[in-house]
Write a protein that binds this ligand. Structure first.
Ligand SMILES: *Cc1c(COP(=O)(O)O)cnc(C)c1O
Length: 449
């Protein structure tokens, strides 16, 4: 792995209790000002971040294994991204693309047409968040097909707006008591190799979903099928090989729009530009956000020209969608990703981390499975010798990781998955330190179990 120069020292350095006094003071102010419904995974307040570290307001330097949920692949303050943002902000921060358009938006659309899978003619629309991209992908699919039913899957996560809550599978904390939800959303079984019946192939899992769709809805009613090529919040679930291609084939044969939600898996994260590529899947529409702009809020849908251009002029948009500063950040981010070949670097991260965790899984009983692709890796935590999820232990591991100086996220329908999402520019030494710390915690926790 080539060494990348960073502004901040790339080391774990804990100088106070965690959280430290300044973070604790901010937590008190926050309680009186910020709504309780907004959570934070770790109670330390950020002051600076670069490469693989986050420095908190008390001067602690933490290893970042979350990238702000797979956003800061190029780091949280890449100098090229920061310069592009400053330059654009010094010229104009906003005109509204629907009022006075600008080149940055067009260039991002050109880049996405070239980067996303498939060499068909494509069109792009830019938005502010992943949820907004998903909403608009569904709008386009319904208008273009004249149908209304949308198929989503078990363990899916597509966002927190009303339509995307309906698409999201998990009730707590995303949906509980926030209904009623948008209608015409139907949930089908996905492919979860660790928990499916042993030997269920990807094509058999696809047939299971398709036969239910045909029996319960009929293909003629279905506008779109939306799926994350690797399910994110649901547990970093990599479907069995053949599952995604079989669904995409069925969709194509039945005039159903196949939407790949690559909001979390996109932009080099899984060792390819997009996770759909691992199985040669060419989505009709792809939704993107998170890693696209080095931390600036930007989202996109890119899809077949015939679908996107079916929408009447004025039918798609939004005040801030494709903000010029965010577009400048995206163009700089993509340039850095190419320059550093971050898809290859994500594969190097996988090669570094996975064998070590798999070896550990052989030795201790609480690791049900180590899985993922590239720098989107996960450990599913179970009660020793069983496949029973252990969310309590998972939470305890994340808490100990914080005490040791690491930002470590969890996920999963049962809250029992540790996810590793380091910035793709993290150095080998820092990553190795993080994995050592995690390994040590897992060993200790298993003994004390
Ligand atoms: C995070 C996420 C979303 C929602 O993105 P926001 O920017 O938080 O609205 C949608 N789909 C997937 C797969 C995600 O991981």
């Amino acid at each position: 792995m080539i060494e990348i120069e960073h502004r901040l020292a790339q080391r774990r350095n804990i100088v106070t209790a965690l959280p430290g006094p300044r973070s604790s003071a901010l937590a008190d102010r926050r309680k009186a000002a910020v709504a309780a419904g907004v959570g934070s995974s770790v109670p330390v307040y950020a002051a600076d971040a670069d490469g693989g570290v986050i420095v908190d307001v008390d001067g602690n330097s933490l290893i970042d294994l979350g990238s702000g949920i797979a956003v800061t692949g190029v780091g949280a303050s890449h100098p090229k991204v920061a310069a592009a943002v400053a330059d654009q902000a010094g010229r104009f921060t906003h005109t509204c693309f629907m009022i006075t358009p600008y080149e940055g938006y067009v260039r991002v659309a050109e880049e996405l047409a070239a980067l996303t899978p498939g060499d068909h003619e494509k069109r792009t629309v830019l938005f502010n968040s992943g949820a907004e991209a998903v909403e608009n992908a569904i709008k386009v699919a319904r208008l273009a097909t004249g149908k209304s039913a949308v198929v989503a899957f078990d363990h899916a996560y597509h966002g927190r707006t009303n339509l995307t809550m309906a698409l999201t599978a998990k009730s707590m904390p995303y949906k509980a008591n926030f209904g009623p939800f948008a209608p015409e959303i139907y949930r089908m079984p996905s492919s979860y190799p660790y928990r499916d019946e042993p030997g269920l192939t990807g094509t058999a899992a696809a047939r299971r979903a398709i036969s239910r769709i045909e029996a319960q809805l009929g293909a003629d009613a279905v506008a779109a099928l939306i799926i994350e090529p690797i399910q994110g919040e649901g547990g970093f679930i990599v479907p069995a090989p053949g599952f995604l291609p079989a669904l995409a084939d069925w969709a194509r044969r039945n005039n159903v729009v196949f939407i790949a939600d690559e909001v979390q898996t996109g932009f080099a994260r899984t060792g390819a530009w997009f996770a759909s590529e691992h199985e040669g899947v060419v989505p009709d529409i792809i939704t993107m956000a998170k890693g696209i702009a080095g931390g600036m809020p930007l989202a996109a849908i890119t899809g077949r020209a015939a679908l996107l251009d079916a929408v009447h002029p004025g039918g798609l948009g939004g005040t801030y969608g494709g903000n010029p500063v965010a577009c400048a950040a995206a163009l700089a981010t993509l340039e850095v990703m190419r320059e550093l070949d971050l898809p290859a670097r994500a594969r190097e991260i996988e090669a570094m981390v996975v064998p070590e965790l798999r070896a550990l899984a052989e030795q201790i009983g609480v690791i049900g499975e180590v899985r993922g692709r590239g720098a989107m890796l996960a450990i599913e935590i179970v009660r020793p010798g069983t496949s029973v999820p252990d969310p309590v232990l998972t939470k305890a591991i994340a808490a100990e990781a914080l005490s040791a100086g690491m930002v470590l996220l969890t996920c999963g329908t049962h809250g029992n998955v540790i996810r590793l999402l380091p910035p793709l520019v993290i150095g080998a030494d820092l990553l190795a330190d993080g994995i050592d710390v995690l390994t040590e915690i897992l060993r200790r926790k298993t003994v004390s179990n």
